[in-house]
Write a new protein. Structure first.
Length: 69
C-alpha cells in the first residue's frame, strides 16, 4: 500500500474529481483498517452509511482520510 503515496504525501489526489478514484481511495482505507484489526484479532465492520435514501452513493469525502500519516 505504501507505494500509492506520492511525493506530496497525498493519497489519490484526484479523488474529489473522479468517482472511480474516490472508490479506489475508499477501498484502500477499508482494506487498511480490516488488515490492522485482523492482525489484532478484532472483528471490524463498516459503521457508516455512504448512500442517500434513494440508494445513490454519496461522494462528499467526509469519511475519507486524504493525508498520509
Amino acid at each position: 500500500m505504501e507505494s500509492t503515496i506520492n511525493r506530496s504525501g497525498i493519497l489519490f489526489p484526484s479523488f474529489l474529481e473522479d468517482q472511480r478514484v474516490y472508490n479506489l481511495a475508499e477501498a484502500y482505507w477499508r482494506r487498511f483498517f480490516y488488515r490492522i484489526f485482523d492482525l489484532q484479532g478484532i472483528p471490524f465492520q463498516d459503521f457508516y452509511n455512504k448512500h442517500f435514501a434513494n440508494g445513490q452513493k454519496e461522494y462528499d469525502a467526509s469519511l475519507i482520510m486524504i493525508k498520509a500519516c
